[in-house]
Design a protein around this ligand. Structure first.
Ligand code: FMN
Ligand code: ADP
Length: 331
């Protein structure tokens, strides 16, 4: 039973995965302040909860620990309705590290795990595995079989174990709660600036550069075509973005180089390719080989929808205007 908690990430190192027993230096998870959730996006609401987790950790003199239930419990129960994630676990660890969380523990979620009663969940995870001194959650926190535990149950259990509990009230924006699903809706509608405001950071995706139709260079606008994207792709359209070349474990010379880019998301109707959605990145002021490299795209603003142009010259004229617009938006 204890091996349910078998992977952890040191948020300070921004890494995830691996078995705890293999880690050369196990990050400290005991006797601290703990918050449990999915934290997809690490958005403004999460950030308030995490700031309070940090403050409680300081008050009890232990580490600030976040337990990410992965995959999201709802997607284990209803795999077909699982939403596409906003952030990988590695990205969540990176963002949490930036805001002062010491350790991110990944708790694998299975049907058996979700079948624990609320008392059992609390005893196993919070008491035995984490030996927590403080717990921080939002009022919508439910735990245990059939979501049997809520913050009132949690309050009683914490009191019985002599733990502090802080319930952090969620952040309201325009009278509506900031939530991961609301951010997904905004991104899927191309409302990148609104999503970025709710995230309090620029939305990102990463992918590997693959070959396309080799048309880009012929028309003077080479585009790096991304594949293997694991997170939500914004609505079809043309965007201004910042791009970083190379993955975290690449050592090549220009790894980490940041560029501005005009990014196309969608089909290529001008070339009668109406169906396939592609993510194509035209980097400004760059000429090099990107095939098989990893690119991270930081979305800044949507410029326009995809159009079918009457000919390639009309497309080229528009691409010149798109690039000029990117230069205006990202100075
Ligand atoms: C910033 C940008 C905007 C684009 N907008 C459109 C568009 O509105 N309509 C369209 O058919 N293709 C558009 N394209 C896509 C080109 O058709 C595509 O890059 C070209 O076909 C090259 O494809 P390839 O990389 O497979 O060679 C755009 C490309 C870029 C970089
Ligand atoms: N400024 C640039 N932006 C994007 N890719 C570039 C740039 N300069 C050179 N390249 C290279 O050109 C390739 C894209 O050229 P393109 O003719 O569109 O071919 P493909 O159809 O295979 O994507 C990229 O994968 C990259 O290796």
């Amino acid at each position: 039973m204890l091996d349910a908690l078998d992977a952890r990430a040191s948020a300070r190192e921004g890494k995830a995965g691996g078995d705890a027993a293999d880690a050369p230096e196990r990050p400290s998870v005991s006797h601290g302040a703990v918050s449990i959730g999915n934290f997809d996006g690490v958005h403004a609401g999460h950030r308030e909860l995490l700031a309070r987790t940090r403050a409680n950790a300081d008050a009890v003199g232990g580490p600030a620990v976040v337990v990410v239930l992965d995959p999201h419990p709802a997607s284990v129960l209803r795999p077909h309705s699982a939403p596409t994630r906003l952030t990988t676990i590695e990205r969540r660890a990176e963002l949490m590290s930036e805001i002062g969380i010491d350790t991110l523990v990944v708790c694998p979620v299975s049907i058996e795990f979700l079948n624990r009663t609320a008392n059992d969940f609390f005893d196993y995870l919070i008491v035995q595995r984490l030996q927590a001194k403080a717990v921080v959650e939002g009022p919508n926190f439910f735990f245990g079989r059939d979501r049997g535990g809520d913050v009132h149950v949690l309050k009683d259990l914490c009191e019985q174990s002599g733990m502090r509990l802080e319930v952090v009230h969620p952040r309201i924006d325009d009278g509506r709660l900031i939530s991961s699903s609301r951010i997904r809706e905004a991104i899927s509608a191309g409302q990148i600036e609104f999503a970025n405001t709710m995230l309090q950071s620029n939305y990102r995706i990463s992918g590997r550069v693959t070959t396309g139709e080799r048309r880009g260079r012929q028309i003077g606008f080479p585009t790096a075509n991304l594949t293997g994207i694991q997170t939500l792709v914004p609505d079809n359209g043309v965007y201004a973005a910042k791009v970083t070349i190379g993955g975290s474990n690449e050592v090549s010379g220009d790894s980490g180089r940041e560029l501005r880019a005009a990014v196309h998301v969608g089909p290529n109707p001008t070339f009668d390719e109406e169906r396939r959605t592609k993510v194509e990145v035209h980097c400004l002021d760059y000429d090099g080989d990107l095939y098989d490299r990893e690119l991270t795209v930081e979305w800044i603003a949507r410029i326009r929808p995809i159009e079918k142009f009457t000919d390639v010259d009309a497309l080229k004229q528009q691409l010149h205007r798109d690039v000029a617009r990117v230069r205006e938006i990202i100075q």
